[in-house]
Write a protein that binds this ligand. Structure first.
Ligand code: PLP
Length: 488
């Protein structure tokens, strides 16, 4: 494809995407295909000779689309939103077009500098303390775009691990590092995302998973008891991962209690994972959830969830960037440049060397929507969740099980008095299976307080009350059929 054909095909592709978006309602939300469906539809080997573009595009509609789950569908209510604002799609397009690889400042100065500035804009907009922001006086802080929240948690844990080992090595210079590593222990709540467990597996450290309170919130006293107990047993607490807006129920850990506990232990790193909820802090009415953030060493959020920004865009801030970069630095000659002692080289801030120009999509989003436009989306998202909550509460067959603070409502059928815990779980499982099999709306389950619950998340950028009412009608129709039989 040469530039002239790209000009034509590029415009056609934008047209295709616009038609796709405008006609999404006509499609099933989830595909009805079996694993391996595509294997039988495509040749077993790559073509030896070029194929006409039109043929390739026609296979998109006939072969690929039947297997697509439409995350941007107005009736998609699973997981958390996968932001997809048009300015961010265009930002990704431009990033692909420029095609630079910004592993160091010198590798493409604008790529690094725009990222620093976007993280500064975002940090200020959501209300992070100056210690996280690179341009504040005396600050050692800074932010970076990682590929996922999982990576943010992992690199924070790796930095904390390196600092922990360094400190222990100083105390016990003759003890082998492997033995010191075996003493390190991290903490999180049972409600934390599974990526914390994965980070501990990769980091080869112990992880103690703590019981939250009845609202899914990790409390200071629980953490304190666990850390003291472990310290008495000869272990070394080094990392605490908290969550603002958990995946299962959108609960918030109590930072005001946890922060002072962590401070009592020498050099324990406090991380805050606000993958979903972080963007809500753009709104003053949600900023109170951040109380206690000043105790944290690192904080992450995904604008690719609640800030309409196309995946991937996971932001991580730290209060001491030197702890992060010293844990991840490897510096071969071919990557060095004459400014590497003064400029930021993002290759030392994460796992991968090569990195895309991801800050462009944030830049386009922030400038096209403005903070006010993004606040409007967040508010609408939360209002619609409250509306769904009201609908659930009006139907005595159901209960709402979480505190609805943002866009997630967890609910379940209560079941009849003669049904036990397991039977009620089975009932809800059946309800969700039937709904999802219909392809009319899509939701996913979660376990909350050891119960099977159904998660309903407001997702679509332009969701309306009618979409919420449609979803509730689908849910109640299936519930009636399940409880009373198909003829009712
Ligand atoms: N943390 C929280 C609170 C999440 O909700 C999620 C995903 O939904 C993650 C971490 C993992 O995000 P990612 O897919 O960006 O690794």
């Amino acid at each position: 494809m040469d530039v002239d054909e790209f000009r034509v095909r590029g415009k056609e592709m934008v047209d295709y995407i616009c038609t796709y978006m405008n006609t999404l309602r006509k499609r099933r939300v989830t595909p009805s295909v079996e694993p391996g469906y595509l294997r039988t539809a495509l040749p077993s080997e790559a073509p030896m000779y070029p194929e006409p573009w039109d043929n390739v595009m026609s296979d998109i509609e006939s072969k690929i689309m039947p297997g697509v789950t439409h995350w941007q569908h107005p009736h998609f209510h699973a997981y958390f939103p996968a932001g997809n604002g048009y300015p961010s799609i265009l930002g990704d397009m431009l990033s692909a077009g420029i095609g630079c690889i910004g592993f160091s400042w010198a590798a493409s100065p604008a790529c690094t500098e725009l990222e620093i500035i976007m993280l500064d804009w975002m940090g200020k907009a959501i209300g992070l303390p100056p210690a996280f922001l690179p341009f504040s006086e005396g600050s050692k802080g800074g932010g970076v775009i990682e590929g996922s929240a999982s990576e943010c948690v992992l690199v924070s844990m790796l930095a904390a691990r390196a600092a922990g080992i360094k400190r222990l090595k100083h105390q016990f210079p003759t003890v082998d590092e492997g033995l010191l590593l075996s003493k390190l222990i991290a903490y999180c709540s049972k409600e934390a995302h599974s990526c914390v467990e994965k980070a501990a597996m990769i980091s080869f450290v112990k992880l103690r998973i703590l019981q939250p309170d009845e609202h899914g919130c990790l409390r200071g006293e629980t953490l304190k008891e666990a850390m003291e107990e472990d310290e008495e047993a000869g272990l070394v607490p080094f990392f605490v991962s908290t969550t603002l807006g958990t995946t299962s129920s959108c609960s918030f850990d109590n930072l005001l209690e946890i922060g002072p506990v962590v401070r009592k232990f020498p050099s324990v790193w406090l991380h805050i994972d606000a993958a979903y909820a972080g963007s809500s802090f753009l709104c003053p009415e949600h900023k109170h959830h951040l109380a206690g953030v000043e105790y944290a060493d690192s904080f992450n959020t995904n604008p690719n969830k609640l800030m309409l920004t196309a995946f991937d865009c996971s932001l991580l801030w730290v209060t001491n960037r030197y702890l992060l970069t010293s844990a991840l630095v490897v510096d071969p000659l071919y990557l060095q440049h004459c400014y590497d002692h003064t400029a930021i080289d993002y290759r030392h801030w994460g796992i991968s060397l090569s990195r895309r120009f991801r800050s462009l999509k944030l830049w386009f989003m922030l400038r096209s929507y403005g903070i006010s436009g993004l606040q409007k989306y967040v508010r609408r998202h939360c209002e619609l969740a409250k509306y769904f909550e009201q609908l659930v509460r009006k139907d005595s067959r159901f209960e709402v099980v979480n505190q609805v603070k943002l866009g997630l409502v967890c609910f379940r059928l209560i079941g009849s008095p003669d049904e036990n815990h397991q039977q009620v779980d089975e009932l809800n499982k059946k309800l969700l299976t039937n709904i999802n099999a219909s392809g009319k709306i899509h939701m996913v389950p979660a376990s909350f307080r050891d119960q099977y619950v159904i998660r309903f998340c407001v997702v679509h950028q332009y969701a309306t009350r009618e979409d919420i009412e449609y979803a509730w009608d689908v849910i109640t129709d299936f519930a009636t059929e399940l409880i009373e039989g198909p003829d009712k």
